[in-house]
Design a protein around this ligand. Structure first.
Ligand code: MRU
Length: 343
């Protein structure tokens, strides 16, 4: 199932808030609909929101009705700002809009040429993500033993990308290589990406999967049921500190305590070399209703104070290796990530 698709000059986004019960696409005729889809997590996961933002920019640009190149570029820049402001943590979003802006500015020609070039670049980002997932799978599956029980958190799968996924891409590649892999999926409170999406993807692939609530991870490890952990990432600082879905840090601490390898899988576009450490990664805070309510029903008393960060930061020292689309980076990450970027 495609996370998104470009059909007849508009973007269609698979509404992940309805999964696994319903598979419906949201038709986006205006870029504002794409912004809304990103904000409400209809499309989510770092590489997927990067690709959606790229298409959103191309879509918004296609509707700009001015003749002058400079005026057009200014209007496109405004749309880029709106798209980039939808979610602050995943750097792929900013990366994708910056890439489109760069290509547009470096292309000679009038408004029609620029509109075309923006759409071509959005298609390129989408296509490249497929290949990037494939490469991560190849590099990463080598680290998975012949028989392995893997814990993952959130959804870093096909739904979070254009391809096979990052963390789940590695698991899929190991499974396809004939390894006996079984998956434990943390449910991922508050929005249940693990329970709704990761289990759904694994069942479709016939990879054995067991759902646990987030607070079961420690006991699961203590019982010797986890051989390795693989998660995705929303932004990786130059030193390897990694922002990912809230709860990831706890899993990493537990893995360290139990001597279990903890891997991060992410494309190089998720590495932000402008950010030296995790301290400087902006963390999105989301609506308190995500915690006060469960499936639309209020579960917390009115008036209670809520803290709802959507991501946390796992320090590099807890990460065994970072699996990228250019190879596997090992500590110290400041050197190894820079080395892969220079490749
Ligand atoms: O809030 P979400 O669902 O967008 O959070 C997604 C994650 O944290 C993923 O693990 C991350 O984006 C990597 S997706 C390949």
């Amino acid at each position: 199932m495609d996370t998104m698709r470009w059909v007849d000059g508009r973007l269609e986004i698979l509404d992940q808030t309805l999964l696994p019960e319903k598979t419906e696409y949201i038709r986006c005729d205006r870029y504002e609909t794409v912004c809304e889809a990103i904000r409400r997590l209809s499309v989510r996961g770092a590489p997927a929101i990067g690709a959606a933002a790229a298409y959103g920019l191309a879509l918004g640009a296609s509707a700009i009705d001015v003749a002058g190149r400079e005026q057009f570029i200014r209007a496109v820049e405004k749309i880029a700002r709106d798209l980039a402001a939808t979610r602050p943590t995943a750097v792929n979003l900013q990366w994708a809009v910056d890439r489109l802006l760069g290509v547009m500015k470096n292309t000679a020609g009038g408004v029609d040429v620029l509109k075309e070039v923006l759409l071509e670049e959005a298609h390129a980002i989408y296509r490249e993500d497929l290949e990037s997932n494939r490469r991560m799978g190849e590099f990463g599956q080598v680290l998975v033993p012949q028989k392995a029980s893997v814990l993952t958190h959130c959804n870093a799968g096909a739904l979070a990308t254009a391809g096979l996924g990052t963390a789940l891409g590695v698991i899929r590649a190991a499974h396809r290589a004939g390894k006996q892999v079984e998956v434990y999926a943390g449910e991922t409170r508050p929005l249940l990406q693990g329970a709704r999406l990761t289990t759904w993807e694994m069942l479709q692939e016939n990879i054995p999967v067991t759902l646990i609530t987030d607070n079961m991870a420690g006991y699961l490890m203590a019982r010797g049921k986890v051989d390795l952990v693989i998660v995705g990432a929303d932004r990786i600082a130059a030193n390897g500190d990694t922002a990912n879905k809230i709860g990831t840090y706890g899993v990493a601490v537990l893995a360290g305590e139990h001597g279990i390898p903890f891997y991060v899988a992410a494309p190089m576009s998720t590495v932000d070399f402008n950010v030296a450490s995790g301290e400087d990664i902006p963390i999105e805070n989301r609506d308190e209703r995500e915690i006060t309510h469960f499936a639309g029903v209020r579960v917390a008393p009115p008036g209670v104070k809520i803290w709802n960060p959507a991501f946390d930061v796992t320090p590099a020292r807890l990460i065994t290796a970072i699996i990228t689309d250019r190879g596997v980076a090992y500590p110290p990450y400041t050197e190894s990530l820079a080395g892969l970027a220079a490749k």
